[in-house]
Design a binder for this molecule. Structure first.
Ligand SMILES: [Zn+2]
Length: 442
């Protein structure tokens, strides 16, 4: 179905009808299924608003979900409101609404989230459950007052059917999975997943945890934010116990691997290092890439020699958009291009973003691809960088070497780089060279 067309019209046609009773008409619209966070959506107390605003709210959210938006943001400027959609990390224009309708939609969403619709001029946030085309979602809704006294609406979408948590889902190669199993089998050492906010660090960390053989090793999680993980024991922290005490208890309970909250400072680093000779510790941290993470840990440890003995590896990821398999275009790369980007000369076929065909008679573009709506991409995947700490790299860490030196040596040793992993995805036809370039520039 081509989104963005016909919906406005449908809305106008139905303008004066109570379309909530019209089952047929609602089949392809989102259904709201109750507020989150224990709140209650009081629809009965807001019947007038429901009459006016429920349908446009459903239209807006439906379009966002149909186009697979992660975030829908609505700003009111003058007499109009413009919706922007983030799809696979890229902004696209969404629908435009009249100011009055936009305000009604914001009030409607407040009610659906169980918030007080009368409150304006104060930031509010809540959530609502939704279902669309058999898929369940959780929508987080934020309303923020703006200087011009309008309100900005932000809806964040969580698709409950997507669980990117296994190494296979994330596209970890077999050899990388073996490396993870080797690293975690020693019952010692610190392993970090790193990246900048919004790059999927947590997803990679979970994939890493999932890569551990849970039948052979017992994994404990003490991370406050941890999602439910199969076969991983959520450790109950005794009231008053600090991290150190809790970690000692886990060691006594014979845990092999522990998963802890993100490393943010020297204090946490030193606490983790004080136990990492007796247990394998997995955590995440903010860093541009693996080499920067390793250098930062050495600094925070206050004892680079000790850090060099305890750090086993660092993993990082960058998200790259996947070509839509329905409309991607195959082409035969010329030898010069292959050489330039570093792909094997025997590569026969690569893929790029498809372009809608132009109708010869009318000169107009054909309808956009049904699957991706003409975006050319559908979904994302992680490119992985991994530095396994070898003896030569330990020496660099111990001498407080700068990240560039660590990176250069890791590359010379043949570590997995974003570039190499990205080219693998290009060679497999999963993404395009142009998309790789875009990600590396950003
Ligand atoms: Zn497509």
């Amino acid at each position: 179905m081509a989104w963005g067309f016909g919906k406005k019209q449908r809305q106008d046609e139905k303008h004066d009808e109570d379309d909530e009773d019209d089952e047929d008409d609602n089949v392809d619209l989102v259904n709201f299924q109750g507020a989150l966070e224990g709140r209650t959506a009081d629809m009965a107390a807001n019947t007038r608003l429901v009459q006016v605003a429920l349908r446009p709210t459903k239209d807006l959210v439906t379009e966002g979900l149909e186009r697979r938006a992660e975030v829908m943001r609505m700003d009111i400027k003058g007499e109009k409101a413009q919706v922007a959609l983030m799809i696979d990390g890229m902004p696209y224009a969404g629908p435009r609404l009249a100011k009055s309708q936009a305000n009604a939609v914001i009030q409607m969403l407040k009610v659906l989230c169980g918030l007080d619709a009368r409150v304006k001029g104060k930031p509010q946030s809540g959530g609502v459950k939704a279902e669309f085309q058999g898929i369940k979602y959780e929508l987080t809704v934020e309303v923020a007052p703006q200087p011009d006294s309008s309100e900005r609406l932000t809806i964040r979408v969580r698709n409950l059917s997507i669980r990117l948590e296994t190494p296979q889902d994330l596209g970890f190669s077999d050899s990388l999975r073996q490396t993870i199993r080797d690293l975690t089998s020693n019952r010692r050492g610190l392993i970090v997943c790193c990246g900048m906010p919004g790059t999927g660090v947590t997803t990679t960390t979970y994939a890493l945890l999932r890569g551990i053989d849970v039948y052979l090793y017992s994994i404990y999680s003490i991370a406050k934010t941890s999602r439910e993980l199969l076969n991983i024991k959520q450790f109950e922290v005794n009231p008053g116990d600090d991290l150190q005490t809790s970690m000692m208890r886990m060691i006594r309970e014979e845990a092999d691997v522990i998963f802890v909250d993100p490393i943010r400072d020297a204090d946490t680093t030193q606490q983790l290092m004080s136990v990492a000779d007796r247990i394998c510790v997995i955590s995440e941290m903010q860093a541009k890439d693996c080499a920067n993470a390793l250098a930062q840990l050495a600094e925070w440890s206050g004892d680079p020699q000790k850090a060099s003995e305890l750090i086993e590896g660092a993993f990082s990821q960058k998200l790259v958009r996947l070509l839509c398999t329905q409309c991607r275009e195959a082409f035969r790369p010329n030898p010069k291009l292959l050489e330039k980007v570093g792909l094997p000369p025997e590569t026969k076929i690569l893929y790029r973003k498809g372009v809608p065909a132009v109708n010869e008679k009318t000169g107009e573009e054909d309808d956009p691809c049904e699957k991706c709506g003409g975006v050319g991409f559908y979904g994302r995947m992680a490119m992985i960088e991994a530095i396994i700490v070898t003896d030569p790299i330990r020496k660099l860490i111990a001498s407080s070497a700068p990240p560039d030196q660590i990176k250069a040596l890791a590359r010379a040793e043949g570590c997995l780089t974003f570039h190499r992993d990205g080219l693998r995805l290009v060679a497999e036809g999963k993404t395009s060279l142009e998309e790789l370039q875009r990600v590396f520039k950003g």
